[in-house]
Each structure stands twice: as C-alpha cells, then as structure tokens.
Design a protein around this ligand. Structure first.
Ligand code: 8DG
Ligand code: MN
Ligand code: MN
Length: 373
C-alpha cells in the first residue's frame, strides 16, 4: 500500500553503512542511469557530483519496492533535484535524455575505455584525451610513455576485461595459499573484496594475509610472489612497501600491498573481440594457451590490525567511504584499515569500546550479497 511505502521511504537512513544494499534490487534501470552520470561526473573531475549521484543510486538500491512515481523519493535522503529529474524521465519515458547524451559523448566513451586499462586512472586518461588519444589502439603510438603497469595492462587487456568467476577465484586462492604456505605453513589467508560480499564475479581477486607472529610476515609477500614468478605464474607485479610513519587520522592505508597479474592455469580462453586484436597483435599466438590473466591484490597486515584491515578491504568502495564518514561525523572516531581512533581525545590508541563497535559493523558486513558501490 502507499501508506507502507511512505513509511518505508521515511525510515531509510542517510549513511550507506546503515542500510542493506542488496546486489539484486527493484530499481536497476534508475540506478544504472544514476551511476552513468556519477561516472561521467568523475571523468569531468567533479567529486561532488560523483558523490551526489552515487549516494542517490545507493539509497535506491535499498528500497524494498519498485518506484512508480517520482513523488515516492521526496522523503529519501540524497535524492535531490537533479536525481529526481533522472528518476522522473526514466519512470515516464523509459530513458533519460542526459544519460543518453553522456553515453554517446566522445569524452565519456574514450575515458571509459582508457580507464578500463590496469594502471590508468582518471587523471592519466584525461591527459591522454587532451593529447588526442581516443581509443585503445591510439595508445600504440604512445609506446615509451607508458608505465610498466600500463604496458602489462594493455598486454593482457582482453583477459582482464573478462570478469573473474567464483570458481576461478577459488583456483587463485589455492595458488596464492600454496606460495605463502611454502614459507609459513600456518599463514592466514582470507579472500576479501567483492567475493567476500557474496558477488559471483569480480574484476580481480583480493586477499588479506596475516599471522599471530608478526616476525613470520617479514619479507613473506616478496618471497611468495618471487616463488610464484619462478614458476612462471606471475605476469606482472609491484609491491608497495608498508608505510612506517602511519598516523591514526590518515585516510590512506599503509599496509604492505602487492598489485599483480597472475597467469591462472587450465581455463579455455574465449574468442577475442575484433577490437582486442588491434591492441594485442600476439593474440593469435596466444590463442592455444592454457592460462588466463587475472588481476590479484595481496595485502599483508599485522595480526593486531586484522579485523580493521578485513573490514577495510571487504568493500564496497562506497560502503567503506560511508562507514568512515559515519565514524567521523556520528561517532567522532576515525576509522581506517589499521584501527579506530578517538579524534576528540586526539589519541592514536585503539579504543576500549572497539570490540562492541566492530561487532555492530560486522553485523552489517555479514549479510551478503551487498553490491558495489
Ligand atoms: P570487484 O573487484 O569485484 O570489481 O569489486 P571490489 O572487490 O569491491 O573492488 P576492488 O577494487 O577490488 O576493491 C576492494 C576493496 O579494497 C574496496 O572496498 C576498496 C579496498 N581498497 C582498494 N585499494 C585500497 C587501498 O589502497 N586501501 C584500502 N584500505 N582499501 C583499498 O581497492
Ligand atoms: Mn576486488
Ligand atoms: Mn582489488
């Protein structure tokens, strides 16, 4: 009934971490449209508009019914004027003119293609765009100007565009665990990211590595990756060292991290798209290969920080952002992947009540599937 719908919309909390955001929900046409506008805003460097559309989309994902009229969003948080125009057009016409214009624009299409390359962020893509780069094949002329990461991203572009299945993620887990256990037999390895949220596929596979004996973690990541490399399983990697002078108010994450591309054995590659052949001239040569390139992120954390790191690396990105905003503004605490810090006391010590707080957080975490963002 409309009364219970009104009640439902009035009860939706403002922070993403206070809501259930299911992977499958009732308003996908609208959230897809809002997310295109969010992406377009980020391509134009407008963080505020990106956040506005992302929050509106996130709120609509938590609605327990399909919208029938724009009136129904009037009490919802973050669903302001611009989002309402989009919602109204989609409800009335099935499409939104602004979204169609964005989708057809050269800037949006080029930025989307360029940022889909591993190692290419918005700033790099925008610079290339201004230098006249429009498509992936234009990048062959940039040659020497590409970083090692970007070269690897282009080389394995077709494979990396395909999503990683849950089954493949399991195979990656065996490979990674095997490498780590050959040095530390009782090392703890947890799959994080989208798969921990219950997603059936992802753009990469994320792992968190820890051990009660912090000595055992010294140098482990580099040794394990070098071991895998020696077996021919590593196509690219770079390790970001642990940052030592890490402070409680820092929003950046200082854990030792390895960003890699792994050769996953025993999968049949799909037929590549014609576009991919232009970028990957060696594709024919590779078509008989029995491996697939898969992006893998490995994070090492001290045992004492494990639950914060687990929370921080489970995602989604929007959930994490909302959780940290909630911590700061509602709880007056600063949360990151290392701990929870009391900003009022300006203390960098972990709080007493953190156990209870983390329990509350975890009750939100353990209801998969929850979606990105
Ligand atoms: P997907 O791969 O299936 O597409 O989705 P995902 O698993 O949610 O995305 P992701 O890009 O792999 O990121 C997983 C989580 O890891 C995400 O919530 C944000 C977090 N994350 C990074 N980089 C960093 C970082 O440098 N520090 C911290 N604390 N978290 C990070 O991606
Ligand atoms: Mn991931
Ligand atoms: Mn990742």
């Amino acid at each position: 009934s409309s009364v219970s719908r009104d009640k439902a919309t009035q009860e939706i909390p403002a922070y993403g971490c206070q809501r259930r955001t299911p992977l499958h929900h009732h308003n996908k046409e609208i959230t897809d449209a809002l997310e295109i506008l969010a992406l377009s805003a980020s391509f134009q460097g407008s963080e505020a508009r990106f956040l506005g559309f992302t929050r509106a989309s996130s709120v609509l994902k938590s609605l327990p019914f399909r919208l029938q009229s724009v009136e129904e969003v009037k009490d919802l948080p973050w669903c302001g004027g611009h989002s309402q125009t989009v919602i109204q057009e989609i409800l009335e016409d099935g499409v939104c003119r602004e979204v169609e214009t964005v989708k057809n624009s050269e800037h949006f299409q080029s930025m989307k293609a360029l940022t889909s390359i591993f190692g290419v962020g918005i700033r790099t893509a925008d610079k290339w765009y201004r230098d006249g780069v429009r498509s992936l094949s234009d990048l062959n002329n940039l040659g020497g100007k590409l970083t090692a990461e970007q070269k690897a991203g282009l080389l394995h572009y077709t494979d990396l565009q395909q999503s990683v299945t849950r089954e493949e993620a399991g195979t990656v887990e065996q490979l990674i665990k095997g490498a780590l256990q050959s040095f530390v037999p009782d090392v703890r390895v947890t799959m994080t990211g989208g798969f921990r949220r219950g997603k059936q596929e992802g753009h990469d596979v994320d792992f968190l590595i820890t051990h009660p004996d912090e000595e055992a973690l010294n140098g482990l990541l580099r040794k394990a990756v070098a071991w895998l490399d020696g077996k021919g399983s590593v196509l690219y990697y770079h390790v970001r060292a642990r940052s030592q002078n890490f402070s409680g108010s820092n929003t950046m994450d200082g854990h030792e991290t390895c960003y890699s591309i792994i050769a996953l054995p025993n999968v049949c590659p799909e037929k590549p798209s014609p576009d991919a052949e232009k970028i990957e001239p060696d594709l024919d040569k590779n078509s008989l290969r029995n491996w697939k390139a898969v992006r893998v992120d490995l994070v090492v954390c001290p045992y004492s920080e494990y639950f914060y790191a687990l929370l921080g690396w489970t995602g989604s990105k929007h959930f994490e952002r909302e959780l940290r905003r909630f911590s700061l503004h509602v709880k007056k605490m600063s949360l990151n992947s290392h701990g929870l810090f009391d900003i009022q006391k300006n203390a960098t010590t972990l709080l007493h009540r953190r156990r209870r707080y983390l329990h509350i957080l975890d009750s939100h975490m353990c209801r998969p599937p929850r979606e990105t963002p």
